[in-house]
Design a protein around this ligand. Sequence first.
Ligand SMILES: NC(=O)c1ccc[n+]([C@@H]2O[C@H](COP(=O)([O-])OP(=O)(O)OC[C@H]3O[C@@H](n4cnc5c(N)ncnc54)[C@H](OP(=O)(O)O)[C@@H]3O)[C@@H](O)[C@H]2O)c1
Length: 198
Amino acid sequence: MKRETEGLNFTKESLLEFDVKGTWEAMEECSKLGLAKSIGVSNFGPKKLSQILQFCSIPPAVNQVEMNVAWKQEKLREYCRDKGIHASAWSPLASNGSSWGSMAVMESPILKSIAEARGTTVAQVALRWVHEQGSTAIVKSFNKERMRDNLRILEWDEPLTEDELEKIRQIPPCQGVRGDVFVNENGPGYTSVDELWE
Ligand SMILES: NC(=O)c1ccc[n+]([C@@H]2O[C@H](COP(=O)([O-])OP(=O)(O)OC[C@H]3O[C@@H](n4cnc5c(N)ncnc54)[C@H](OP(=O)(O)O)[C@@H]3O)[C@@H](O)[C@H]2O)c1
């Protein structure tokens, strides 16, 4: 994107082709200069990650992507695991239905039944699932009590059972951010959401 179109206040015509190589090399430079301890990416699929891995001298430490019980990212997690890239989950509660999210997590009848049986909250079951996938949940709350509750999932004695995990597998897929705003069918960047997300 051009500088004047920072944030989401931009037109499709201002979208440019993503210079993955140039951007990553600049980030590596930041790391070499000691300006960044670790460098990573966000919303990258296997194709963009493999592009970086072909030329990089420092591989991405982390790939931060939309991930929750309703948008599980199985293939991407497997790819990241294979390549030693940590997959981190943004919107682990599907943003609790905020502007870009959905209620697919917080209103899931499956999560509600698991939470009720365990005496936990729905949010805790959702966050615990992320944790047990080996990912880190970037959960946001402005509420101290909910922040504490969210952290308590690290203290569970009993992990999710195979039966509970199987139920969670049945939660219908729901992507919060489709990303149409980052697509211009006329190019020069991504011409479809399929191409954007690979
Ligand atoms: N890299 C990217 O492209 C990208 C995209 C989107 C988001 N993110 C980042 O990911 C982080 C989290 O994403 P997000 O804010 O979309 O979604 P989220 O963490 O899934 O959901 C946040 C919402 O859930 C509520 N909440 C938190 N804990 C709760 C609990 N225990 N019970 C009930 N409600 C709870 C919060 O309300 P209260 O504050 O009232 O608790 C808030 O409304 C943010 O820091 C965001 O910047 C990154």
